[in-house]
Design a binder for this molecule. Sequence first.
Ligand code: CP
Ligand code: NVA
Length: 316
Amino acid sequence: MNIESLKGRSLLTWLDFSAEEIRLLLDLAKQLKLEKQGGKIYQRWVGKTLALLFEKRSTRTRCSFETSFGEEGGHPVFLSMQDIQLGGKETIEDTARVLGRMFSAIEFRGFKQSTVETLAKYSGVPVFNGLTDDYHPTQALCDIMTLEEFCCKGGETCKGKKLVYSGDGRNNVANSLMVISAKLGAHFTVISPSELAPDSKIVDTCTRLAAESGASITVTSDLNAAEGADALYTDVWTSMGEEAKHDERVRLLKPYQVNSSLMAKTGKSDTIFLHCLPAVRGEEVTAEIIDGPASHVFDQAENRKYTIKAIMLAMI
Ligand code: CP
Ligand code: NVA
């Protein structure tokens, strides 16, 4: 198998990809980072266009898609919900059909997973999920790239490494991390209160996948499960669209904050800290940790660009 076999595909969730395909994308992302560091400039998207649909806000995802596509001669067009009719005056199906006639590919960030699925079904061009309520696949690829950069030596990969996520265990970021870990053979632990534990359907699916890849999936409310973590990960307690639940989340998630006491529970001195960003210091993570020596959150943010570029290069 080579990267050419991914041409024309859409990325809606990593459930649709094999471990081998995900590894091809990781290798390409690493190569693109080296290219960038070597000052190499290419024009691989001349004559191509990319529609960027955003129902929710974004800094990293938008900028990664828009700058990497534009830098290589492509024409990205940002379309917020103030600009287009998506699902309002026009059905999602019709918008998809129209965009598919004008663009080489579409990125969508928003609420429903079904919207990104509909765009992929009716547009006839590759569609990339830039975050929905259910999944954040482009983030998870970057997270594995960053984990491999800082936790693996020589030819090691994430296979057999332990990634621990503490916090809102049923959000898009946790779901995508669980899927990609299960596919690639990394041990994934979610520590969360039972009220915010991952959906049992996705846990069952990932547990089955993990059995094939040699990974393990652990869901618990016990903070001691952080023991042996190569990377400790958290995300905001209230995701976009859930702002009304803020007070309840603070009450439920306070014990699951990533702080020096949770870092100490890893029992390791070289555990790294990861966060997809944006972060709320004092809620899901203390300033001491996110701004401290174990934190690689800005390396992680930078890697969004290489991983997103790899996804687009392979699939467009
Ligand atoms: N991590 C992430 O998706 O960041 P943005 O919301 O800024 O795109
Ligand atoms: N879970 C967060 C991720 C932001 C990148 C949200 O959906 O708001």
